[in-house]
Design a protein around this ligand. Structure first.
Ligand SMILES: Cc1cc2nc3c(=O)[nH]c(=O)nc-3n(C[C@H](O)[C@H](O)[C@H](O)COP(=O)(O)OP(=O)(O)OC[C@H]3O[C@@H](n4cnc5c(N)ncnc54)[C@H](O)[C@@H]3O)c2cc1C
Length: 327
């Protein structure tokens, strides 16, 4: 074991695990071990471990819910930080309540490790609107902000309601930033292009009738059940939808931008590579079976891209992230 690893182990003792298999921490349930593994229970611990690992110059990766990543069969050389920080707090209110006309904004702060579903349920129960359509989105607040995770019915992204956040810079400084910092767009945030880590987020939400909010949240769940495979190992959509400009240039049918549609029309549903299979319910979902390897998923991704390129001239881009060593 190298000296930096030894030093980290000295500082955090038996909190640091060695050779921890990462597959169980992801929704694909594939992938090899991390050299070192640490689980944070609070935002303070999250900050502490990131500062320490950076000082020692050890490569690291923040793991939220593991629902948008594919970990290589060779695992990860360095430290994986499983972020389980869990605080949710109502920070305050701005504006007036005029009779039934509630014009105020309520600010809710969540640690980046909070599961999105826990936060969404909390806000609905408090009668706060803005996140309810995301009920059913797997993963953590950190992953959802990093990916600016989205929903289609009604259209909305997690970043839409972000008011402020605390980030940690590579120099280890905590900084409050507002929505502009994130430069949100479809599936994108500035976090993907920087080494800043997200510690916590404040969302600005409106007051609304709780029953109406549950209704909308349950509509989202129903739509998910109707359109996505259930009870399987998957990381959701493998590829991003294409832009309208690309759809026009390539002349997709009715200028379709949906990657799922293009994959379906390219005959990808049900295709297999080893233990990986394209879902028959949704052509943009790969599901993994018992014994599947990351290399099976990579192989299938290659076939899917080739099929769409041949049929429509479109080069699909991955939405899921590849992490670690692929052999
Ligand atoms: C069944 C299913 C349905 C899905 N439906 C949707 C959907 O409707 N809409 C959608 O957009 N996506 C969807 N996804 C994809 C995925 O759930 C989202 O992208 C989710 O927001 C990822 O969150 P996570 O915590 O799992 O991130 P992870 O997969 O753990 O990590 C993703 C990235 O975020 C980074 N990250 C995480 N936390 C932090 C932090 N605190 N600071 C800095 N970086 C951080 C990680 O390092 C990694 O690079 C679905 C996935 C599944 C399995």
């Amino acid at each position: 074991m190298n000296t930096a690893y030894e030093e980290l182990k000295k500082q955090f003792r038996d909190r640091i695990k060695e050779h921890e298999l990462l597959a169980p921490y992801t929704t694909y349930k594939v992938g090899g071990p991390a050299d070192l593994f640490f689980t944070t229970a609070t935002a303070d611990e999250f900050v502490e471990i990131v500062v320490a690992v950076r000082k020692l110059d050890i490569p690291f990766f923040i793991l939220g819910g593991g629902s948008n990543i594919l970990i290589g069969d060779g695992g990860f050389r360095g430290l994986v930080i499983k972020n389980n920080s869990s605080g949710i707090t109502i920070r305050g209110m701005k504006g007036k309540v005029k009779g039934d006309n509630k014009e105020s904004l309520v600010f809710v702060e969540a640690d980046s490790g909070v599961p999105m579903n826990k936060l969404v349920r909390f806000t609905i129960e408090e009668g706060l609107s803005g996140l309810e359509m995301h009920l059913g989105l797997p993963g953590s607040v950190g992953g959802a902000v990093y990916m600016n995770s989205k929903w289609t019915k009604p259209t909305g992204s997690v970043g839409d309601r972000l008011y402020q956040a605390t980030i940690m810079t590579p120099a280890g400084k905590l900084k409050n930033v507002n929505q502009d910092y994130f430069n949100f767009s479809y599936g994108k945030s500035s976090l993907q292009r920087s080494d800043d880590m997200l510690v916590s987020v404040v969302f600005a939400l409106k007051q609304e009738n709780k029953d109406m909010l549950w209704q909308r949240a349950n509509d989202s769940i129903t739509y998910r059940r109707e359109t996505q495979p259930q009870g399987v190992r998957t990381a959701g959509c493998v590829f991003k939808n294409i832009s309208s400009a690309e759809a026009l240039t390539c002349g997709t049918p009715d200028h379709a931008t949906s990657a799922g549609f293009l994959l379906d029309k390219s005959g990808c549903k049900g295709m297999k590579a080893g233990g990986a299979e394209v879902s028959t319910a949704h052509a943009n979902f790969i599901i993994t079976h018992q014994g599947a390897k990351a290399s099976d998923v990579i192989k299938l991704i290659g076939i899917m891209k080739k099929n769409v390129k041949q049929k429509f001239g479109v080069t699909l881009k991955e939405e899921i992230q590849m992490i670690g060593e692929f052999t």
